[in-house]
Design a protein around this ligand. Structure first.
Ligand code: DX5
Ligand code: ZN
Length: 228
């Protein structure tokens, strides 16, 4: 799949979070997910600073394994303070998407530099916003990035319930990008299952990150179809 292909209006993509996958099941799970026709492996990188948990070593390992055994794109979600240094560990794997948090990049100058660094690598770049962050914070960057990741739970752990108010932000963002004719993806992350996926898609999201719902599914193919 070409890196910057434009997508049909109604195409929904699934990015499967490997966060809760056990090490001994990793290869098998990646294979099953690919067979079930997900679109990306979502790599949740946590540094123990921006969020409480630290899984830096495990996620590096999963990203490397996925890039060796699969042709599916990596969708790297950096929940880290030191964005530049940690992004470097992943950029060499040529991920399809690298997303960082605006709450971590903070200043405009730094945010712009990180966008450039990721783009220069040939990856698509995303900015993530936590539930308390308003979409106004990212509006100025929209022409320069490929996606906005709207966190539908507080970042830091899997298996949480979607916060309904976060979908208002998805709707608002969708309205804004339609009105201003901006070609950008909206990704949602956290608490997505067969019911909330419908609400998220109706709100305007076109990439769904899914962790718990897939890792606990008995029939992966059926679960993936239900999400779309
Ligand atoms: C949360 C992560 C998510 C999450 C998704 O901080 O960014 O990717 O693990 O998992 P579920 O679908 O279980 O909420
Ligand atoms: Zn994530």
């Amino acid at each position: 799949m070409p890196l910057f292909e434009t997508k049909g209006e109604n195409m929904v993509e699934i990015s499967a979070s490997l966060l809760k996958v056990k090490k001994e099941d990793a290869i098998h799970t990646m294979y099953n997910l690919e067979t079930a026709k997900i679109n990306y492996f979502h790599i949740d990188v946590m540094d123990g600073k921006f969020v409480e948990n630290n899984n830096l070593e495990l996620m590096k390992d999963y990203a490397l394994t996925a890039s060796h055994i699969s042709n599916l794109g990596l969708d790297v979600h950096l929940m880290v303070k030191n964005i530049e240094e940690i992004a470097d560990d992943y950029l060499m794997l040529e991920p399809q998407i690298v997303t960082f948090h605006i709450e971590a990049s903070k200043t405009e100058e730094r945010t712009k530099n990180i966008i450039e660094e990721i783009k220069n690598n040939g990856s698509r770049v995303g900015i993530a916003i936590s539930p308390d962050t308003k979409i106004e914070e990212v509006i100025n960057y929209l022409p320069f990035i490929h996606l906005v990741l709207v966190m539908t739970v507080v970042p830091g752990k899997g298996g949480q319930k979607l916060i309904p108010e976060t979908l208002d932000k998805v709707r608002k963002l969708k309205e804004y990008i339609n009105k201003n004719n901006i070609d950008i993806d909206i990704e949602v992350d956290g608490g997505i299952n067969n019911i909330t996926s419908k609400q998220a898609i109706e709100s305007g999201a076109n990439i769904l990150v899914v962790g718990n719902y897939l890792t606990s599914a008995e029939d992966l193919k059926e679960a993936v179809n239900k999400l779309k």
